[in-house]
Design a protein around this ligand. Sequence first.
Ligand SMILES: CC(=O)SCCNC(=O)CCNC(=O)[C@H](O)C(C)(C)COP(=O)(O)OP(=O)(O)OC[C@H]1O[C@@H](n2cnc3c(N)ncnc32)[C@H](O)[C@@H]1OP(=O)(O)O
Ligand SMILES: O=C(O)CCC(=O)C(=O)O
Ligand SMILES: [Zn+2]
Length: 496
Amino acid sequence: MCPPPDQPIVANGNGVAADEEMVAIDTTTPHISSSTNGHVNAVNETTTQQPPAVKSHKGVYGRASDFLSNTSNWKIIESTLREGEQFANAFFTLETKIKIAKMLDEFGVEYIELTSPAASPESKAHCEAICKLGLKRTKILTHIRCHMDDARLAVETGVDGVDVVIGTSSFLREHSHGKDMTWITKKAIEVIEFVKSKGIEIRFSSEDSFRSELVDLLSIYRTVDKIGVNRVGVADTVGCADARQVYDLVRTLRGVVSCDIETHFHNDTGCAIANAYSALEAGATHVDTSILGIGERNGITPLGGLIARMMVADPDYVKSKYNLSMLRELENVVAEAVEIQVPFNNYITGFCAFTHKAGIHAKAILANPSTYEILNPADFGMTRYVSIGHRLTGWNAVKSRVEQLNLSMTDEQIKDATAKIKELADIKTQSMEDVDMILRIYHTGIKTGDLKVGQSAVLDKLLEQHMPSRDSSPSGRSNGTNGTPAKRARIGEPSA
Ligand SMILES: CC(=O)SCCNC(=O)CCNC(=O)[C@H](O)C(C)(C)COP(=O)(O)OP(=O)(O)OC[C@H]1O[C@@H](n2cnc3c(N)ncnc32)[C@H](O)[C@@H]1OP(=O)(O)O
Ligand SMILES: O=C(O)CCC(=O)C(=O)O
Ligand SMILES: [Zn+2]
């Protein structure tokens, strides 16, 4: 089937190959999705001769210690409604919290964590209301201080579990709660035993773990493990840890406790996703996330970023657990609720996450998307685009458009037309409409014999006749969100 001439080109997507079989693209039946401003949508569906995107981690880089790795066996503790509420702009009404909680349930996260009922009367009421929703899959946790008053409130709300935290670094022991390790251990035991007596899950976490003494950490984790916590938590509260430090601490802890290990990473120094991955490699079982990474200061491991990372490690596992096509909507709902825009370079859903521009990239992407993509946009209900109306374009990308427009042109003619597109794009980015018009005028000129290859001056004249009032304002520019600003190509919209 030929694409309608007013639509951009789509090859059909395959992206990451899950096994090592050779697969390749069928470009004979291009699918169409709409775009403007010089973007070709490129998605290839039928695959033959396509190499695997990455070799299996263990297959290529296998290390003796990889028996510890949980990169194919991990759970999400989604904390948008707790850590996320600590984001400067966040004010969640009950209605918004319910909407987010239901969407997270549908997405498939294993846990959601809610703000402490001790925070305010509304926080307690919200916690109770969310517990009454009867979510299908997701368990509900609340997050409290290591304090009996908080614990009593928490167990009254109907939650499935309680996450208890207390700072163990000297900074927090001296300047936050003022308690020593003996007091902390005693109080932790009291709180844990109380929560356990109610028959719900209990996790104990040491805030600021990476600036705490290892001996203190291991001692308290061992104690709480012995009395039967479901999980211990490691928290990089100030975002100071690197992936190697995370690996070392979690691997050590894995040898000390038998319970699950939850991890929580702040992103102050840009390591939150890498640290979460490293923790899983070292044997952690749970990762805390928030949508778009919102949280205290610049936040924590973003849900979408973690998913992107884990898709590379084990796509089948991730796809089997989570409803990935919901990611974009979840992010949009949260972005709107906290009045921010989805960043232009957001993992998976950023407006240019699957847009390819340079001619060298465009040619290869059109031949096989795995050349320049490690993630397949179709897995997330997203669309791949190739941008063509700019000075970095190449004749192969233009050829795709020519074919989509069903114009009959030789390679030599396409190269000639490409030179004109580049010349014009040196002045301003060309919209898809501009590109189409240039190609059509070129094609007609060639057919009628008015134009020969290389006759730039004649082509200029024809263009002038047919496109006399071409808009010279910049076009094809995005405002950098995954929304739909008026003048830009509809980049990154979910595929039909
Ligand atoms: C790293 C994190 O993100 S941890 C989670 C952070 N979450 C929150 O803070 C939830 C929202 N917080 C609140 O609503 C309030 O801070 C409350 C209700 C928890 C406490 O409010 P207040 O009693 O007014 O105390 P305030 O917030 O000023 O100070 C914290 C108090 O908790 C104590 N504290 C701090 N951390 C802990 C802890 N992990 N376990 C036990 N006590 C703690 C401090 O010593 C201080 O006690 P103080 O009354 O003796 O000074
Ligand atoms: O409870 C935890 O493990 C983490 C608490 C927290 O938000 C932090 O330490 O940054
Ligand atoms: Zn945090």
